[in-house]
Design a protein around this ligand. Structure first.
Ligand code: NAD
Ligand code: UD1
Length: 337
């Protein structure tokens, strides 16, 4: 199968590219590099010992995207491209609605024109809002209590895909709701490289470990959780990657939604501890105020993906920490090194 990856030079797309190639697929990447580096392609070529076709283009540039479809003739699309910084989406909502919705609308239009009927979409745990019960399942009501424009774009795109599938009986949609991706490819050649100060916990920890930041702020220790700090469902990015390959292999007409998660909750202090052990160095931290909008705990039930996609996580938190450390210590300044 030939798969077009929008946003494929980003963190999750680049790791998924490896899994797809290792499982015998051809890929083509389209990315405008607004949040990634062209160096990713060199690294992918090295890891996979292939030459990954890459087009530097904005998905919203429809005529260019049509040219790429004409040239590459993909069988399926994985749609990673989008902006993802929650805080920025609150400050600049139009930027988020415009980029995330327009990329999806242009892409779907071009797919329809070229009769490409298979799509896997990068959605997020954030569409589940504040969960009424844990673990979260796919049948829990989504779209209630979403607290930011980023999350709304994900929910709206889920709805758009659902409506298109209802109108076109040949259309195959898989919506993957990612929980908290962590880790890196075992080579240490690619990994997460956020712009500016990281918003997310593990990249913050790795930048403290490498000396770019002084200490981790632990956002509250008075939550109703075992140690009082926030609990999340961390998933190794290579497990997430294999979830995409499984989704494509099991794709069928209609809409299927899966949580890609480990099923286990890990607290902030537990993650700091696991990382300290993996990196062999202590990580300074201090307890600070809660971050506005944060919830106490979020973890999900992974059994639907196991049953229907024959997919499950294989990597531990320990491995994710070791792989993140390998990436960050080999590339202290990310792809700028
Ligand atoms: P990322 O920012 O590393 O990758 C996204 C890629 O999309 C970037 O390379 C960026 O340059 C590209 N892009 C953005 N707008 C584009 C446009 N208009 N045209 C072409 N390319 C464009 O993010 P990621 O962590 O790899 O996330 C991938 C997808 O998964 C995103 O849709 C994100 O919202 C979603 N997601 C991520 C997380 C997470 O915690 N990382 C969690 C849930 C969902
Ligand atoms: C993030 C996204 C959310 C997405 C989810 C899963 C943000 C603000 N939200 O949230 O939309 O659905 O991932 O992909 O990016 N923490 C600290 N100190 C830090 C950073 C984080 O203590 O410096 C804590 C947080 O309070 C939380 C945990 O660590 O308890 C994880 O935080 P983070 O990595 O930002 O992920 P989410 O809050 O789950």
């Amino acid at each position: 199968m030939k798969i077009l990856l929008t946003g494929g030079t980003g963190y999750i797309g680049s790791h998924t590219a490896i899994d797809l190639i290792e499982n015998g697929n051809d890929i083509v990447i389209v990315d405008n590099l607004s949040n990634s580096s062209k160096e990713v392609i060199n690294r992918l070529n090295k890891i996979t010992k292939t030459k990954v076709p890459f087009y530097e283009s904005d998905i919203r540039n429809k005529s260019k995207l049509e040219e790429i479809f004409e040239q590459e003739k993909p069988d399926a699309v994985i749609h990673f491209a989008g902006l993802k910084a929650v805080g920025e989406s609150v400050e600049q909502p139009l930027k988020y609605y415009s980029n995330n919705l327009e990329t999806s609308l242009v892409l779907l239009d071009v797919m329809s024109k070229f009769d490409v009927n298979k799509i896997v979409f990068s959605s997020s745990a954030t569409v589940c809002g504040t969960p009424k019960k844990l673990p979260i399942t796919e049948s829990d009501q989504a779209g209630v209590g979403i607290t930011n424009p980023y999350g709304w774009t994900k929910f709206m795109i889920e709805q758009i895909l659902t409506d298109i599938a209802a109108a076109n009986p040949n259309f195959e949609v898989t919506i993957l709701r990612y929980f908290n991706p962590v880790g890196a490819h075992k080579s240490g050649l690619i990994g997460e490289d956020p712009n500016g100060i990281p918003n997310n916990l593990l990249p913050y920890i790795t930048q403290v470990a490498v000396g770019r930041l002084a200490k981790v702020g632990v956002f509250g220790n008075d939550y109703n959780t075992p140690d009082g700090t926030g609990v999340r469902d961390y998933i190794h990015v290579m497990d997430l990657a294999s979830g995409h390959t499984a989704a494509l292999n099991h794709s069928k007409p209609g809409v299927a939604i899966y949580n890609l998660c480990s099923g286990k909750g890990v607290s902030v202090l537990e993650l700091i501890d696991a990382f300290s052990k993996a990196a062999g160095k202590s990580i300074p931290y201090e307890i600070t105020d809660r971050r506005p909008g944060d919830i106490a705990a979020s973890y999900a039930d992974a059994s639907k993906a196991k049953k229907e996609l024959n997919w499950q996580t294989v990597y531990s938190i320990k491995q994710a920490c070791a792989d993140s450390w390998k990436w960050q210590s080999n590339n202290p300044n990310g792809f700028a090194d």
